[in-house]
Design a protein around this ligand. Structure first.
Ligand code: 5AD
Ligand code: SF4
Length: 443
């Protein structure tokens, strides 16, 4: 028997890349690769990259510069670049860093085994097509290995919205949804392997419209209801959503579907209508707020999360103030804010840019407000009873760590709960980035 070859995958960017990295590792598992968690000692290194902001893309090149030196000790080492930088830059990556052997775009992962064979022959391999075939159907490996209690499951990919700042429609391509039966199949397989919570992923997940058993379009809410029937699956989440695709049935599901968790990531990007228009967001601040009103009417305790871009081209102080006002009104449990980053090829790249120092200063103000809101919401949890999905052991003896229904990280003290259990707890303390809790005995 030959010793397994070693694979190291490094993931940048979003949760979909985390999912894709798992699937790529599974695909290469079929080629005799075993995953390790250091670049040293690997026979194949794959960087699964992100192109959303300039910094993310540049990180890849500095990492490649470091990794190429490993080829001195191991001439058989192969280096591959996957993900959105691979899609956006293709061959250019090999020109800029000749140590790269393989470049594979996000729609071509199912061809990795053939590409691997090619690079083992000493050739270079490049594939950034948007093929007709369904990569998920072709990525067939179904290992029986145990999984952690919480898993990602991609149900939708790509985007047709073309926000003026965003590379996603170019790197991930047109919007497409996986058929319902395939998603249910994968979810059942995950549950058999120990998964208790799935987070349905898509760049525009609430635009999901996969084919149902009769071939008809199925909404995300209908898919969630079908997943709700799977025994052993305890929790369902989904991300990322667009405000315009928050359909009535999805809003209603937040009030009526047991397994759907009270947390919603709903990016708005800006609170200024003038900026939203220039961003091509096709919603206003007001229409976003009214969607949230309806979600809160269905599920009053829902924790809201969002994304913001500050310093978008031509953003004035008044525009930025409108963003702060919107944040004040929503009260976010979580929010991610970014300084606008110019992406070549997107419409906003052509517009007059905001002074970087001004953008920095606005980012700090927004982040200070968001942190304050987060802490207020965390503090408001103290004394409340919630449930935690136990994910791992904590650092202290007897301590178990997991996530609340609201996605807060929770440390349960002196607990006999096992990994994978969903247990009721009472929150005793809000710490900086987590909550402390004790088991709550139900009467
Ligand atoms: N600059 C800064 N942030 C961006 N995002 C997307 N494109 C850009 C960009 N060019 C942010 C948006 C999106 C999140 C995933 O990344 O807020 O929701
Ligand atoms: Fe990018 Fe999201 Fe806009 Fe699509 S909806 S273009 S993924 S920001």
């Amino acid at each position: 028997m030959t010793a397994p070859k070693k694979l190291f995958v490094k993931t940048y960017g979003c949760q979909m890349n985390v999912y894709d990295s798992e699937r790529m590792a599974e695909a290469l598992g079929g080629q005799g690769y075993e995953q390790i968690d250091t670049a040293e000692g690997a026979d194949m290194i794959l960087l699964n990259t992100c192109h959303i902001r300039e910094k993310a893309a540049e990180k890849v090149y500095s990492e490649l510069g470091r990794l190429k030196t490993l080829k001195i000790d191991n001439p058989d080492l192969k280096i591959g670049v996957a993900g959105c930088v691979a899609q956006a830059e293709g061959e250019e990556i090999m020109r800029r860093q000749p140590a790269v052997d393989l470049v594979v775009g996000p729609q071509s992962y199912h061809r990795l085994p053939q590409m691997e064979a090619k690079v083992r022959q000493g050739e270079k391999a490049l594939d950034t097509d948007f093929p007709e075939e369904d990569k998920f159907a072709l990525l067939k490996t179904r290992p029986k290995a145990r999984r952690a209690p919480s898993a990602f499951l991609t149900v939708q990919e790509g985007c047709d919205k073309f926000c003026a700042f965003c590379v996603v429609p170019y790197t991930r391509g047109a919007e497409s949804s996986r058929p319902v039966a395939r998603v249910l199949d994968e979810a059942r397989n995950l549950v058999e392997r120990g998964v208790r919570e799935v987070t349905l992923l898509g760049q525009n997940v609430n635009a999901y419209h996969g084919a149902g058993p009769d071939g008809a379009d199925t909404s995300l809410a209908q898919l969630i209801w079908a997943l709700n029937d799977i025994d052993g699956l305890e929790r369902i989440r989904f991300t990322t959503s667009h405000p315009n695709d928050m359909t009535d049935d999805l809003i209603e599901a937040h009030g009526t579907c047991d397994k759907l968790m009270p947390y919603l990531h709903l990016p708005v990007q800006s609170g200024s209508d003038a900026i939203l228009k220039r961003m091509n967001r096709s919603h206003t601040a007001e229409s976003y707020l009214r969607v949230i009103d309806r979600i809160r009417a269905a599920r009053p305790d829902i924790v809201m999360s969002g994304d913001f871009i500050v310093g978008f081209p031509e953003e004035t102080e008044a525009d930025f103030q409108a963003t702060l006002d919107l944040v004040e009104e929503v009260k976010y449990g979580y929010a991610y804010s970014f300084k606008y980053s110019t992406r070549p090829g997107t419409p906003a790249a052509e517009r007059p840019q905001v002074d970087p120092d001004v953008a920095d200063e606005r980012l700090q103000r927004l982040q200070a407000l968001i942190t304050r809101q987060q802490q207020e919401i965390q503090a408001g949890m103290v004394g409340r009873v919630t449930r935690v999905l136990v994910e791992k052991e904590g650092r202290e003896p007897g301590q178990m760590v997991g996530k609340s229904d609201y996605l807060h990280a929770v440390h349960i003290e002196n607990s006999d709960a096992a990994i994978g259990d969903v247990v009721p707890v009472r929150i005793t303390q809000a710490k900086r980035n987590s909550l402390a809790a004790v088991r709550h005995e139900q009467s």
